[in-house]
Design a protein around this ligand. Structure first.
Ligand code: HEC
Ligand code: HEC
Ligand code: HEC
Ligand code: HEC
Ligand code: HEC
Ligand code: HEC
Length: 502
């Protein structure tokens, strides 16, 4: 009786099991935590296990201790074997009670301390790119891969998808819980649908890092192209893109970021879910309250306009692919050639590479094998001696095309450039031409500008003896690299160019 170190009640199977469980979990967690602190690169499941699974067992173990004691006490009371008061009498002169109190006191302190560190770590982990992009590896592979090759590769997923503040944090964890379920139960859509309806307004995400007033002047950019001829003729186009935001005092209209000038508000109604067909646009001057409505040549009826959901234009109406950029085969191969990853010295390389990427494949593995087989077969059949002499060049070319495929096309998730519209320009998707196609007019007869020079000026274009360089402020008139007559004036580029050979 006297050699007992703890109160009698604690000696029951449930409490002992609980204490044992808590102790073992605590030891494992301490050990893994030390590894996590010192290891540089750990598996994402490691974090889930350490910060999300183990704590459940720890708490369960700790809860079992008092539960077992209560059960034990109830049983004693029922049998009437011992005289037990309803509440424990704390007597620190009694060694078993003193031990229990000390254990409880220091145990609680230790547990609270560990919980603070643990939940801080768990919070960080659940906000990390590893958690968002790699845990549900199969589901998020396209987004994560494209993201890693985008200008935002060092910006955390949550900076755009959650943003600061407690309310969106809570919302994201709630919808996140469903997403984890969808991934585990394998009920997620392939591809994941866009636009994301409840994406947080860009003022609270993008504008934390880029704000309209910071966007001014113009930016020089080069758009590299290679013609689908046997020589893979280069056709670079150098342009000055007018990225300014109009006048920030008066809201006066000029330059691209005028749409997000704080002095104006643009609303639109789209006919389709992907927001590609926009028959109605309203511009409001916030200072004077003056409104201008533009309607396309296939307008909505009055009822459709009243019933339609009006969306206020913000960054993601143009920049809907700031991070998940899935390049088309045409564009991906152009960039691989421009950067020197893919040789232009093999005849027909551009056409053969694009065609190899275009195939319909079930899995990535199958795609990579077929790409190799197709390219090698093409040169064996059409350029026999070259195929025999230049095996090294051919192998490098195959590897470059495979790399481009794996970065941009994801057969398992059915993700490719053609399922996600890109609204930034007008080359492969209508983009700006959803409103600037020259078909939107106001009641007073003004048209939303379609002038090639309102958004950019061409500083140089073409190559070899067809190279032109501008010497004037207005820049050059566009020259289409192959003869299509004047078709480019009447039709949108995207009507012929869809990411493959037009
Ligand atoms: C620079 C901002 C930004 C970052 C960083 C970012 N995203 Fe996105 N993401 C977006 C935007 C904007 C959309 C909305 C596209 C739309 O609605 O058309 C989007 C869409 C998505 C979609 C829907 C499918 C798709 O491909 O469009 C998923 C899934 C997604 N993001 C996951 C992630 C993951 C995982 C990460 C981190 C690895 C991440 N995002 C990082 C801005 C970002
Ligand atoms: C946490 C900060 C952060 C957030 C949030 C963020 N960005 Fe960025 N953004 C960056 C950084 C850093 C760069 C790279 C700058 C550079 O290369 O000079 C960048 C670059 C860009 C560029 C230029 C890309 C290029 O091709 O050079 C665009 C466009 C852009 N961001 C748009 C957006 C949009 C739209 C959003 C919201 C969906 C957003 N950003 C959210 C930090 C951020
Ligand atoms: C009307 C369409 C449109 C809207 C709306 C828009 N942008 Fe842009 N933005 C462009 C275009 C076009 C470019 C230049 C081409 C490119 O980046 O590919 C650009 C370029 C940029 C750049 C890189 C250029 C630079 O000077 O640093 C950043 C950063 C950027 N935008 C951020 C934003 C942010 C933030 C918002 C929302 C406040 C926004 N944009 C709204 C069309 C738009
Ligand atoms: C939802 C419709 C809509 C979309 C999409 C849109 N714009 Fe606009 N844009 C307008 C309206 C409306 C005006 C003002 C009309 C005017 O005064 O010409 C305007 C004006 C402009 C101006 C100033 C024109 C001038 O006369 O100086 C530029 C530059 C511009 N937009 C560029 C772009 C670019 C680049 C894109 C695509 C990345 C784009 N816009 C997409 C509706 C749109
Ligand atoms: C409403 C603004 C706007 C108008 C009008 C406009 N463009 Fe563009 N254009 C853009 C933007 C924005 C880009 C850059 C897209 C990007 O960075 O990906 C672009 C890109 C281009 C490119 C390079 C495309 C590429 O991907 O290589 C060419 C060439 C071009 N435009 C020609 C024209 C011609 C010709 C016209 C007149 C028929 C015209 N543009 C009218 C906004 C406009
Ligand atoms: C009537 C259809 C049509 C229209 C409209 C059109 N193109 Fe093309 N484009 C072609 C064809 C056909 C080729 C030749 C493909 C080849 O052999 O390289 C081509 C080739 C090109 C190339 C070189 C090869 C490549 O695909 O990169 C560029 C650059 C180009 N076009 C830009 C534009 C731009 C910018 C516009 C809009 C201002 C435009 N095109 C409008 C049909 C069209």
């Amino acid at each position: 009786m006297t050699d007992r170190k703890l109160p009698r009640l604690a000696y029951n199977r449930v409490s002992i099991l609980g204490a044992f469980m808590a102790l073992v979990t605590m030891l494992i967690m301490t050990f893994l935590y030390v590894i996590d602190v010192f290891a540089t690169d750990t598996n994402p499941y490691f974090g889930i296990f350490l910060y999300m699974v183990l704590p459940v067992f720890l708490v369960l173990g700790l809860v079992l201790i008092p539960l077992g004691m209560i059960r034990h006490w109830r049983r004693w009371k029922k049998t009437g074997l011992a005289e037990i008061p309803t509440w424990p009498i704390l007597d620190l002169n009694n060694p078993s009670q003193r031990n229990a109190t000390l254990i409880f006191f220091f145990g609680t302190l230790l547990f609270l301390g560990a919980t603070a560190v643990g939940s801080y770590q768990a919070y960080h982990f659940s906000e990390s790119v590893t958690f968002c992009g790699k845990v549900c590896h199969a589901v998020m592979k396209p987004e994560h891969t494209a993201y890693m090759h985008s200008p935002h590769a060092r910006v955390a997923c949550v900076s755009c998808h959650v943003g600061p503040g407690a309310d969106w944090f809570a919302k994201s964890k709630l919808s996140g819980a469903y997403q984890v379920y969808a991934a585990l139960a394998n009920v997620y859509p392939r591809p994941i649908g866009t636009p994301i309806e409840n994406l947080r307004p860009a003022q609270e995400t993008c504008e934390q890092c880029h704000w309209p007033q910071k966007l001014f002047g113009a930016q020089q950019r080069r758009y590299d192209h290679f013609i689908y001829d046997s020589a893979n003729t280069a056709w670079p186009i150098d342009m000055l893109i007018k990225v300014g935001g109009g006048d920030f005092r008066s809201g006066k209209v000029y330059d691209i970021h005028w749409h997000v000038n704080p002095e104006v508000q643009i609303e639109y109604i789209a006919r389709d879910k992907k927001r590609q067909d926009i028959p109605w646009v309203r511009v409001t001057d916030k200072k004077t309250g003056a409104e201008t409505v533009y309607q396309s040549d296939s307008p909505f009826t009055a009822e459709e306009i009243t019933a339609g959901q009006k969306r206020v234009m913000d960054c993601v109406d143009c920049h809907n692919r700031p991070s998940h950029i899935y390049n088309s085969p045409d564009h991906a191969i152009d960039m691989a050639m421009a950067s020197g990853m893919l040789t232009t010295s093999l005849p027909d390389m551009k056409r053969v590479a694009v065609e190899a990427m275009l195939g319909e494949y079930e899995t990535e593995e199958q795609a990579l094998d077929s790409i190799e087989a197709r390219i090698l077969a093409y040169y064996r059949e059409n350029h026999e001696s070259l195929a025999a002499d230049r095996t090294g060049d051919l192998d490098r070319a195959v590897a470059a095309v495979q790399t481009e495929f794996a970065r941009n096309i994801f057969p398992e998730m059915k993700v490719r450039w053609s399922v996600y519209p890109d609204n930034i320009g007008h080359q492969e998707w209508p983009g700006c031409m959803r409103c600037h196609g020259g078909k939107h007019t106001s009641a007073s007869g003004e048209t939303i500008s379609h002038d090639c020079r309102s958004c950019h000026t061409i500083r140089a274009q073409g190559s070899g003896d067809r190279r032109q360089v501008a010497w004037t402020e207005e820049g050059l008139e566009f020259v289409h690299p192959v003869d299509i007559d004047e078709a480019w004036r009447e039709m949108g580029c995207f009507e012929c160019h869809s990411g493959q050979q037009p």
